[in-house]
Design a protein around this ligand. Structure first.
Ligand code: B12
Ligand code: SF4
Ligand code: SF4
Length: 351
């Protein structure tokens, strides 16, 4: 069996294999954790030794097979995407959860390797285990790491998700990707710093270093409880994830192709929802609308908390009745308190 051909047959867009050993840029993880950039994701620190070396995950590991899956779809109509009374959902979440889509494919590949070489040991992950997926993907030749810290794949940009298999099989190895900028006369990112400049919360503290405490993706998806007040006004209308550092990237603008065949597809009602209507969704309505998407992760209380912040930022008085009702009556404390904050923002703007 040819692992690369089989991976492409299964539907992956990129596959590359690197020899297992200490993770590339492992020192970057140590520094990131020491700075507290993991925020509330304490699990990132718990298994750091394993993250720093896949041989601690699969004893005797010889190879890391990295796979990439492209998900870009066309930009939504500007009148919808730029409407402050609508929320924005990051592109990777415009459809079913990619973990559910890709993990079975990875497991199929791993099981086939096992059948071919009985007794082989492996672990397959899509965002789900102690593997530094981006540095390994770069090492396996899938692309290079941009200053926003995301993997940029050739002819696609960063709108791709990753998965990996750590195995004790010895395989043929790929070289890290060649300098993608050479053709354009630059070195990968060249002198560009657009993602650092555009990040609404200044979460990219330095090239390749993202502080989750400030990242809108973390604040809207992973963070539990109250969003720090000083960051709320900077979050615009992102209500689940954030693509600002990718939307601006010349690699995305130049090379990303629409992939209507992919698991993501824009649907304005769900992925750029009317915020006033969203604030009135009850638990059953939330489940019905988002059950088959990654948005279930925030639960209703997280999504409506984020929607309240977005309405506060929009500053439109037409939101006051809905926000007042939510502040007074919503069953969830997160929603009540963030709605009250939004009312304060709108009234202050009016004054
Ligand atoms: C924790 C996490 C987050 C956190 C922290 C993000 C971060 N930058 O670390 C939060 C919640 C904020 C987040 C947000 C997002 N995430 Co996330 N996340 C992860 C996760 C689980 C771990 C990442 C990690 O290990 N971080 C720790 C830091 C230290 O590692 P690192 O960022 O990879 O950094 C390495 C390099 O930058 C390198 N480095 C250091 N210095 C230098 C210098 C040079 C020159 C170079 C080249 C490299 C380099 O060192 C570091 C390793 O030690 C991975 C899945 C996985 N298991 O890898 C997904 C993952 C990275 N996320 C992903 C996605 C899609 C996102 C979002 C785009 C989602 C969204 N639209 O809202 C945003 C993007 C934000 C951003 N700019 O990074 C994808 C990325 C795909 C890609 N093309 O790169 C992944 C790989 C999930 C997947 N399986 O597809 N994420
Ligand atoms: S995802 Fe948004 S908040 Fe996070 S680093 Fe990128 S631009 Fe900044
Ligand atoms: S926006 Fe510029 S600096 Fe940031 S990843 Fe893209 S090319 Fe690199």
């Amino acid at each position: 069996m040819n692992v690369r051909e089989r991976a492409l047959e299964l539907g992956f867009d990129w596959v590359g294999i690197a020899p297992a050993g200490p993770a590339p840029h492992a020192a970057g993880l140590t520094a990131w954790l020491a700075a507290g950039h993991q925020a509330g994701m304490t699990w990132m620190g718990r298994n750091a030794d394993r993250r720093r070396d896949p041989r601690q995950v699969v004893p005797g590991a010889r190879s890391v097979i990295m796979l990439g899956f492209h998900y870009f779809v066309e930009d939504p109509p500007a009148r919808v995407w730029n409407d402050p009374l609508r929320g924005r959902v990051a592109r990777y979440a415009w459809g079913p959860d990619y973990h559910d889509q890709l993990l079975p494919l990875l497991r199929t590949l791993a099981t086939e390797l096992e059948t071919l070489v009985p007794g082989t040991r492996h672990r397959a992950y899509v965002d789900t285990g102690p593997l530094l997926e981006r540095p390994w993907a770069a090492q396996a030749g899938l692309g290079f790491i941009g200053r926003h810290s995301l993997l940029i794949a050739p002819r696609a940009g960063s709108y791709c998700v990753l998965g990996g298999i750590i195995t004790d099989l010895e395989l043929d190895y790929d070289e890290p990707a060649a300098d993608q900028g050479a053709r354009l006369g630059t070195h990968n990112c060249g002198r560009c710093r657009r993602c650092l400049d555009v990040c609404p919360t200044a979460a990219i503290r330095a090239p390749y270093v993202v502080d989750s405490n400030r990242c809108i993706s973390y604040l809207t998806i992973e963070h539990k409880g109250a969003i720090p007040e000083h960051l709320r006004p900077l979050m615009g209308n992102w209500i689940f994830g954030c693509d600002a550092c990718q939307e601006i990237c010349p690699w995305v603008r130049q090379f990303a192709q629409a992939r209507p065949d992919r698991f993501t597809a824009f649907d304005a009602q769900r992925f750029a929802p009317d915020l006033l209507e969203l604030m009135t969704l009850d638990a059953a309505g939330f489940r019905a609308r988002y059950r088959d998407t990654p948005l279930v992760r925030t639960k209703r209380r997280g999504l409506l908390r984020n929607a309240a912040v977005a309405l506060g930022n929009a500053g439109d008085r037409s939101a006051l009745p809905v926000l007042r009702r939510a502040a007074a009556q919503d069953e969830e404390e997160w929603v009540r308190t963030h709605a009250a904050w939004a009312i304060g923002q709108i009234e202050a703007k009016g004054a």
